[in-house]
Design a protein around this ligand. Sequence first.
Ligand code: 5GP
Length: 204
Amino acid sequence: MSNGAILVLAGPSGAGKSTIINEASSEIGEFYFSVSTTTRAPREGEIDGVHYNFVSKEEFEQDIKEGNFLEYATVHGNYYGTSLKPVIKALNEGKLVIFDIDVQGHRLVRDAMGDVVVSAFITPPTLKELETRLKNRCSDSPEVIKQRLKNAKEEIQAISEFDFVIINDDVQKATAEFISIAKAARNKIGLQKRKELIRKWLEE
Ligand code: 5GP
C-alpha cells in the first residue's frame, strides 16, 4: 500500500487553478502535478510536456485502446486524459499527486482510486467575473469563450460532489485555503490503512 495521496482540482478554465498551484508550490511539500494529454491545440506560451502532452486524435485513441488512461473525457470538443503509469509511480513514491481535471474526470478518478482522493472545486465568485477573466486572458476566441462559459454553467452544478470549494476572489486567500487542503490531503488515511491499523492493534 502506497503512502501517496491524490488531490483533484476542478473548476472552470479561467478559475485560476494553475496560478494557485504555482503560488502554493513551495508550501505543500513534494508533489507530482499530473500532466494531462490532450488533442486541443497549444495556446501561446504552452509547452509540450510541461502544460500538456499535445497529441493527435489518432494517438489519443490509440492510448485509449491500449488502456493507458486512468481517466479521460471530452471537454469543449477535445479529448483530455490522465496517463495511468506516472500517477501510480508517484503514488508509490509517497507523493501527493495533483490533478487539474474536469468534473467528469473527478468522478472517474473517485471511482478508480476511491478513498485516497481529496477534491476541491475552484471557481471565480460569479459567471460575470469568469467572463471578464477569460476576455482579459486574450488567449481564446469569442466562440471558444462562449463555449467555456456554457461549460462552466454545467460544471458549477457538480460542486456538491467535491470535498471543498475555493472561491477565488482573492488569489492570496484562495492559495492559503488550497495549502491547508493539500496538507490535509496528505494526512488522509485510506480504508486499507485503517484496516491494517485495526489488525495491528488487535494482534498485540
Ligand atoms: P483547458 O483547455 O482550459 O486547458 O482545459 C479545459 C478543461 O479540461 C479544464 O476544466 C481542465 O481541468 C480539463 N482537463 C485538463 N486535463 C484533463 C484531464 O486529463 N482529464 C479531464 N477529465 N479533464 C481535464
